[in-house]
Design a protein around this ligand. Structure first.
Ligand SMILES: [Zn+2]
Length: 568
């Protein structure tokens, strides 16, 4: 067998492709990882970069790099070689190995005509029947996205197939009488055979893009591992979604950036956002009708869609692009385009503004739902917890006693039910006033104020709705108070043992979504200032990316409350 040095990749590239879990490094000579063949998870697989070989000290398998990839996927060495070259986007041996984030094109590769909408729908529908949804992806959709199994099935989400099945998938489609030429995502490989363009490196959740007519127009992949461009700063999150396309590949075809539509095609109001998955989730949570562009500036298809919707009875478009429309010029441009196209087609258009702590409308809706669950939790608090948190007057204890007497569960004592210890319970029975005094000594009142950037301030400052990193980058050591305005002055009651941080977190949840009476601003979010005060003691905190950061703030410079400077 040829030595590893003849290959345009190394065993560490293979480890990367296989996403091996690296446990430890023994100098430059050996790297220990979990074995993809026997599944051992204690790092018994030794990878030897100097000689590009490997050995598992648990199952005893060993060999060259192709065998590692081949055995992990159950394929032979030559197929493994093709697959690795494809996945790493490297060519013939000898060529310099340059991993690139998104080199998807072969120069001057002949492209083909897009197939008809019906053909695309048919092929993609059959393709989806060949795919499954992995347990990890299902769990993501359930836990992180709040979807039920029924909804997941309804939307038809799948997982991308392993890369080595790409040719078999195309062959199977052809066998079933489907067209593959002209279907986005399919192309002719070097051996003159059709294949579907799924790579190991771009594995993820397959999202379906449906037109307003219900036909599948294309697919999108939510990547398991976001792709970063070479030279991107580490804090940049990378590309999370890729269209399923074969642009630039021999006989490939573009995805065409279709508009995804979910809901009722004759709905009076249609919401427009960016991202098909986001639209699906928002639709699942609200039952409302959504249209989604793939990429915030791919608004081309909206013109035709709006014309169709207008004829179908739609009257109003609600633009619900991500909240970073206020600080991201790219998003803001896309949002303006939605307005322009809606007006052009005789539709009313308004902008949806929600709690800026949630970037996308789906995050916001999901948070509202979680909040309802939190409210249910609060209903389970006992009397003492509620009183120490200022959620009820002392007299509420009598109501709690009535509830206790009417409980079907007779085992719980009144003291436990109320949250009182033995001594407190005795006080309650004999001398309620002394119990009140005792509980009052266990809680305290914290006065606080909230300052937010004025609308002008939001326009002018890049750190609006962002953390102190951005504040500093914008050239400020401390937040510029003259761009701020007082929006709330109130107080909160809390258990005495609470730390300052507990108090700030509580203020955060208090000033979110369901705002207190007299509160004049938006939900408390990054770049806001919270002041805790008590007589002459004044402490200021910047609402930061991760909690609160103490800052100096010259509150006298901030605009007073009450002069609302015009809503849009
Ligand atoms: Zn093993």
């Amino acid at each position: 067998m040829a030595s590893g040095r003849d290959f345009p990749f190394t065993i560490l590239d293979i480890a990367d492709l296989l996403r091996l879990n690296i446990r430890r490094r023994g100098g430059s000579r050996v790297v220990y990882a979990d074995c993809p063949i026997c599944g051992d998870r204690r790092g018994k697989l030794g990878l030897y970069p100097e000689i590009d070989t490997w050995r598992c000290y648990h199952c005893g398998e060993c060999g060259g790099m192709l065998a590692l990839y081949g055995k992990a996927h159950g394929i032979g060495n030559s197929e493994a070689y093709q697959e690795i070259c494809n996945a790493l986007e490297v060519g013939a041996p000898g060529r310099e190995y340059t991993p690139k984030a998104k080199v998807e094109t072969v120069p001057d590769a002949p492209q083909t005509q897009r197939a008809s909408p019906q053909e695309i729908h048919r092929t993609l529908t059959v393709l989806l029947t060949m795919l499954t949804l992995s347990p990890a992806h299902r769990e993501h959709l359930r836990a992180k996205r709040g979807l039920t199994d029924e909804q997941i099935q309804g939307f038809g989400f799948k997982s991308t197939p392993p890369a080595y099945q790409c040719r078999a998938v195309a062959a199977q489609l052809l066998k079933q009488g489907c067209t593959v030429e002209g279907i986005p995502g399919f192309y002719l490989d070097g051996g003159g055979r059709w294949r579907a363009k799924f790579y190991q490196r771009t594995s993820g959740i397959v999202i379906l893009l449906r037109g307003v007519d219900g036909l599948l127009q294309g697919l999108q992949i939510r990547l398991d591992h976001p792709i970063k461009k070479v030279g991107d700063p580490p804090e940049k999150s990378g590309i999370k979604y890729l269209p399923f396309t074969s642009t630039g590949k021999p006989m490939g075809v573009t995805s065409g950036n279709p508009i995804h539509f979910v809901g009722d095609p004759s709905s009076r109001v249609v919401y427009v956002t960016e991202g098909a998955l986001k639209a699906d989730i928002a639709h699942a949570l609200t039952g409302r009708t959504f249209a989604a562009t793939v990429g915030v500036n791919n608004t081309k298809g909206l013109d035709e869609l709006f014309a169709f919707l207008r004829r179908n009875g739609t009257e109003e478009i609600v633009e619900a692009e991500d909240m970073d429309k206020f600080c991201n010029p790219n998003v803001s441009r896309g949002a303006s385009k939605v307005h322009e196209l809606a007006l052009k087609n005789g539709l009313k258009c308004r902008r949806l503004v929600w709690n800026p702590n949630y970037k996308g409308i789906d995050d916001w809706l999901l948070a509202l739902r979680r909040k309802e669950m939190k409210k249910k939790e609060r209903e389970q608090m006992n009397f003492k917890e509620m009183y120490l948190n200022g959620m009820c007057p002392f007299g509420y204890i009598d109501g709690c006693m009535d509830q206790w007497r009417n409980r079907p569960d007779l085992k719980m004592s009144a003291a436990v039910y109320l949250g009182l210890d033995h001594e407190e319970h005795k006080m309650f029975l004999h001398e309620p006033a002394s119990l009140k005094e005792r509980l009052d000594s266990q809680r305290r009142t914290q006065k606080f104020r909230v300052f937010q950037l004025t609308r002008e301030g939001i326009r002018v400052h890049d750190f609006a709705f962002r953390g102190t990193d951005f504040l500093h980058k914008a050239g400020y050591e401390q937040p510029p108070a003259d761009s701020y305005q007082l929006v709330y002055d109130g107080e909160l009651v809390h258990p005495r043992e609470w730390t300052e941080n507990n108090v700030l977190e509580r203020i955060f949840s208090l000033c979110n979504d369901d705002l207190p009476t007299g509160y004049q601003g938006h939900s408390l979010s990054m770049s806001d200032i919270v002041e805790l005060y008590d007589g002459d003691n004044r402490d200021f905190f910047y609402c930061d990316e991760d909690g609160f950061t103490p800052v100096r703030f010259d509150a006298e410079q901030a605009a007073p409350m009450g002069e609302a400077d015009g809503d849009e």
